[in-house]
Design a protein around this ligand. Structure first.
Ligand code: NAD
Length: 484
């Protein structure tokens, strides 16, 4: 346990995980604060547009050699990175708690999750990258070669400070791309620690380049740079749209993992105990700051009152506190997140909702918002349309399957939907009808390195994880040969 920040800094320094100024031109420093206490955790050197450009210079210079390495050699380095991440799991978890605030068990779980992508793409790098085609031309033989696109820019958010980096970087690096990485200003230490471990794993200079600085400046430089051939972004739909537009001039390949607004649907045949347990996970994991977080709960009239009572009881039993005390719920990341919880609760109440528990900032500190349950929330309430990204659950009653599908699909988001039922025909019909990239039936956890994660509609473009996660970082070259 570390109980004061000097011990944390000392521990991280000893592990060599607190980097110095970095390799690129630095202009000033960024203060990193613990969201639970407001305490200063560290100051990090930040780069400007020159630093962003220098990172692309380095990545571009390294690309020819890196893309020509044998897949076996790339896999060996990825395997070493994987082992180093797991060996540093405790330090990485504590860094994450200090800058992000998440409970330590969740932080440890994220490190395992983050490492799993590195292992997966170390192995996937070895899979064939050539495909034959049955020829339609006399005497010709044809092949499709999958080749790395070049420099890839990876832009990540603060809610999963390690996993969002490795999910992108391992795929890009395994495919033979070099990368420039811009993490969130809230969580630079996790990103820098991963970069230190990548260097120790043996990635050659210029292959992995992590840059901290003003997002619009750094990422703006990269979207304008034609040498950056792919851009993979995880964050809000609003910023995703902006980067989509900015990437148009240089026609980059894009992966966009954007916002979610998950419906959680409970039909009368559901196992209610299980539905309540899974609902608590779907709403309150990552303190509600999760793109997969359930925002809207549609509960069939036959089980509505019972569900409301049991879910409220389970919510009231959740603990809140500082991450190292391993509560169920930690602080939110910043003031804006608190403002959104308050606004969504007040708006829903003004439109007829009932407050079953929580509803306000806790005495623990200005960034702790109590786990909250609202019942009888009408479709007019903002929380039924906007991502809340915090520990507020909105419950609403429904009567028919058609009605709930229509209401669940009435969103520009389409990342994940949760369904609880024990009727196989209904499960099939509803899974088909939901316009979501992922459908979770009778469970909450669905993610992992072997599955293609991603959303429909304005929840994003492309997929991360699985074989599909390589697509944006590679392109197909078609070769047609005639031996003459
Ligand atoms: P955000 O869009 O505000 O910021 C994400 C990152 O984008 C930041 O860390 C920053 O580095 C960069 N950025 C911000 N403004 C920019 C600008 N003007 N130009 C260039 N880059 C800019 O999102 P956030 O608040 O950090 O994260 C929460 C959002 O991320 C939620 O909407 C959530 O649903 C989404 N998310 C999606 C997934 C997914 O896989 N689909 C996973 C995690 C989070």
């Amino acid at each position: 346990m570390f109980d004061d920040q000097s011990r944390l800094s000392e521990r991280l320094d000893n592990a060599g995980l607190l980097p110095a100024a970095g390799d690129f031109p630095a202009e000033g420093r960024l203060a990193v604060r613990d969201p639970a206490t407001g305490d200063l955790v560290a100051q990090v050197a930040i780069s400007d547009a020159n630093g962003a450009k220098a990172a692309v210079d380095a990545a571009q210079a390294a690309f020819a050699d890196w893309s020509a390495t044998l897949p076996q050699d790339r896999a060996a380095i990825l395997h070493r990175w994987h082992a180093l991440i797991l060996a540093a799991k405790e330090d990485l978890s504590r860094i994450m708690v200090a800058e992000q605030g998440k409970p330590i068990s969740e932080a440890r779980g994220e490190i395992d999750y983050a490492a799993s992508f590195v292992q997966f793409y170390a192995e996937e790098a070895l899979r064939p990258n050539i495909e034959g085609v049955t020829s339609h031309l006399a005497d010709a033989e044809m092949e499709l070669w999958r080749e790395p696109v070049g420099v890839a820019a990876l832009i990540t958010p603060w809610n999963f400070p390690c996993a969002m980096i490795t999910r992108k970087a391992a795929a890009a690096l395994g495919a033979g791309c070099t990368v420039v990485i811009h993490p969130s200003a809230e969580t630079p230490l996790s990103a820098l620690a991963l970069a230190v471990l990548a260097e120790r794993a043996g990635f050659p200079a210029g292959v992995v380049n992590t840059i901290i600085g003003d997002a619009a400046t750094i990422v703006g430089e990269w979207t304008a740079d034609k040498r950056v051939r792919a851009l993979s972004f995880t964050g809000s739909t609003e910023v995703g749209r902006l980067l989509y537009r900015q990437s148009a001039d240089t026609v980059k390949r894009l992966v966009m993992e954007l916002g979610g607004h998950a419906p959680f649907i409970v039909f009368p045949s559901a196992d209610l105990d299980r539905a309540v347990t899974e609902a608590v996970k779907a709403k309150f994991a990552t303190s509600g700051q999760d793109c997969l977080g359930a925002n809207r709960f549609y509960i069939h009239r036959d089980v509505y009152d019972e569900f409301c009572a049991r879910f409220t009881k389970a919510t009231q039993a959740l603990t809140m506190g500082q991450g190292m005390d391993d509560p169920d719920i930690g602080p939110l990341i910043h003031e804006r997140q608190i403002d959104k919880q308050v606004a969504h609760v007040q708006d829903a109440l003004s439109k007829g909702a009932r407050l079953l528990c929580g509803g306000k900032v806790d005495d623990l500190g200005p960034l702790f918002f109590q786990p909250t349950v609202l019942a009888d929330v009408t479709d007019e309430a903002a929380i039924m349309h906007e991502e809340t990204f915090g520990p507020v659950a909105a419950l609403s009653v429904f009567d028919t399957e058609d009605e709930v599908i229509e209401r669940a699909n009435a969103s520009e988001y389409g990342l994940v939907a949760y369904v609880h039922s024990q009727d196989p025909r209904r499960i099939y019909r509803v899974s088909r009808a939901l316009q979501y990239g992922m459908v979770a039936v009778n469970r909450t956890k669905v993610t992992g390195a072997p599955i293609p994660f991603g959303g429909m509609k304005q929840s994003g473009l492309g997929r991360e994880g699985a074989r599909q996660g390589l697509e944006a970082f590679t392109e197909i070259k078609y070769v047609c040969r005639d031996w003459g």
